[in-house]
Design a protein around this ligand. Structure first.
Ligand code: DC
Length: 222
């Protein structure tokens, strides 16, 4: 079973993806971490985020070390990721890895911006997770404070809105719900309630598939 979860920054999609993967015993890929690793690698190398060939090379040569960089979740890295993710050749360089991850036997859970639209349009279950910008900024500020950092919620909200605009406006693989995705608005949901709602969507899908795929009952007497 492939579960594709998309949505804007801090909507809760990453946490839901992790919980669903653990619940169903599936491997999980946070596709945003690939773009973050490319952005971070370019920042480390001097901050040139706009030269297409350099950005593409960074994407093609991502290593385990790049993916384990302790600054992957920093705000500056998130901003760099949003910028490099608008470069079509960077997206193309990361495509095969994501598709192969989704295609492994037994399936997988992927979360990002285009997992249901571009990476695995054939996914069994697609969720599009949203929440208001104000709630997402509060969650992000709490996450930063929990890591001992200071957080200006108003500035974070402006950054989130700017990133949403950039992710949704780019010409290639923009942030948008797949037509067959289930919308899950977590503005007023805690993580447990959101997880229950997501599980209900997956289970409704599985039941539907069983009902549709079940062979017709044999007529009595045969
Ligand atoms: O989900 P995140 O904040 O870790 O993602 C960082 C950036 O990467 C985000 O601004 C957009 C980009 N991204 C993308 O373009 N496509 C994906 N599938 C995942 C992330």
């Amino acid at each position: 079973m492939i579960i594709a979860i998309d949505g804007p920054a801090s909507s809760g999609k990453g946490t839901l993806a992790r919980l669903l993967a653990a619940h169903y015993g599936l491997p999980h890929l946070d596709t945003g971490s690939l773009y973050r690793a490319v952005g971070r690698k370019l920042l480390r190398a001097g901050g040139d985020l706009d030269t297409v060939a350099t950005a593409e090379e960074a994407a093609r040569t991502l290593s385990r070390e790049d993916l384990d960089d302790p600054h992957l979740r920093d705000e500056a890295t998130g901003d760099a990721a949003s910028r490099v993710s608008a470069i079509p050749r960077v997206r193309a360089a990361l495509l095969d890895y994501q598709r192969a991850f989704a295609a492994q036997p037994g399936g997988a859970v992927l979360d990002g911006r285009d997992t249901g639209t571009v990476i695995c349009p054939e996914a069994d279950v697609k969720l599009f997770v949203t929440a208001s910008a104000a709630v997402r900024a509060r969650r992000r500020a709490e996450e930063l404070r929990a890591r001992g950092m200071t957080a200006d919620e108003e500035r974070i909200r402006r950054d989130i809105e700017e990133r949403d605009r950039r992710d949704a406006a780019r010409s290639v693989a923009p942030l948008k719900p797949a037509p067959d995705s289930h919308l899950l608005d977590t503005t007023n949901l805690g993580i447990e309630a959101a997880f229950e709602a997501a599980k209900a969507v997956v289970e409704a899908h599985c039941l539907h598939r069983t009902a549709v795929g079940r062979p017709p009952e044999k007529p009595a007497g045969l």
